[in-house]
Design a protein around this ligand. Sequence first.
Ligand code: S3P
Length: 435
Amino acid sequence: MQFEPARRLAGHFAVPGDKSISHRALLLAAMATGSSEFTGLSAGQDVAATAACLGELGIDLHCEDAATGRWRVHGVPTQAWRSPVRPLDCGNSGTTMRLLCGVLAGAPGVRSVLAGDVSVSRRPMRRVADPLNLLGARVATTDTGTAPLAIDGQRLAGGTARLAVASAQVKSALLLAGLNAAGPVAVHEPAPTRDHTERMLRAMGAKLRQLPDGAVIEPGTLAPLPRAAIPGDPSAAAFAIALGVLHDDADIAVRSVCLNPRRTGWLAVLARMGARVQVAADADGAMIANEPSGALRGRSSALRATDVEPAEVPDCVDELPILALCAAAATGVSTLRGLSELRVKESDRLAATARLLQTLGVEVTAGPDWLRIGGVGSARNWRRVGAYDPGLDHRMALCAAVAGLCGDGAAVANWRTTDSSWPGFAEALRAVTMQ
Ligand code: S3P
């Protein structure tokens, strides 16, 4: 896909429903007893993979209206789920694989294999298999700790899991397995991560207690969510707002974005950089499972360098590449630290980000878990991106598109990979592009 420098960008940028919440909505509704309905579900391939896997497990679920993302799910307790006849295809989606691994590890009598594309098949899965197995699960990875995962569902013993990595996916897998365990499951995390699972479990009647460093789930059943609207995805909104901030003639607004504080760390970083971003919280959060939401507005800004510290990383883990791109247009040198998790995302995002910035003509040094970026003062000073291949990493493809639109153009290979999270990006972009 070819992106030419935009002359002016203005108006409302439509973003998809939140991907993290959409996965959880389908999974938790499938585990509940009764019918749940959602609007605003993400239309991305990742969430479609979760839906398809649940279908193979015998769950009756379908999209009732693609335009509004309305889905209905007829949930039954996991005891009534069937063993799939073939490996479940998680596609490009690590969230599908890790969350479903937790659910299926704790589903007695259900035997399954979870597989995915070459990107997912390179990602670390012991982080989820090991703590589940310590509670009595039978989850086997390959010798190198990757997918396919072979899962022999069991009623897990209760117990305590102390996680080695800060991962919402792993925390969620354990909490979902804990719903069917013989006793309470306590999960302690090394740093706080997104809490969508906890919020939704509580909204569906689960007995969940917050701990200073995690949560405890009591075994029990879930009530369905009769009607719930999923807020927009802040990780998608970050690209729209970055377009507004980086472009020298832009005023971009995004409506109804999830403003869960564990997802908005990137707004704090942009604020430190002097970005002209406004946040207006919605008054009446008629949101799914108590998620706060609001509107964002991003306008052309003169950015200054900033440092990102390791403690900030979990709250902006998916936005680090686009924040690095912002640093590349700032005045001064920015250092981003504590980035080891970027090495094991859909691609090695630390290396992929450094490569993109180098292509733009930006001075960047990459360490094992850090990036030092010498900003060039404005996106207008970036070089044209002759060809950028994001591999199977949707977020890197979107970063390259933003770079081309605000700088001097970009040719992005493998554009279809953006379907993982955002099949409608090109249409949404057209709506804000002034001819
Ligand atoms: C996600 C958690 C994060 C994030 C991913 C989605 C989730 O991953 O990077 O895009 O929905 O729980 P980790 O849990 O591996 O940090």
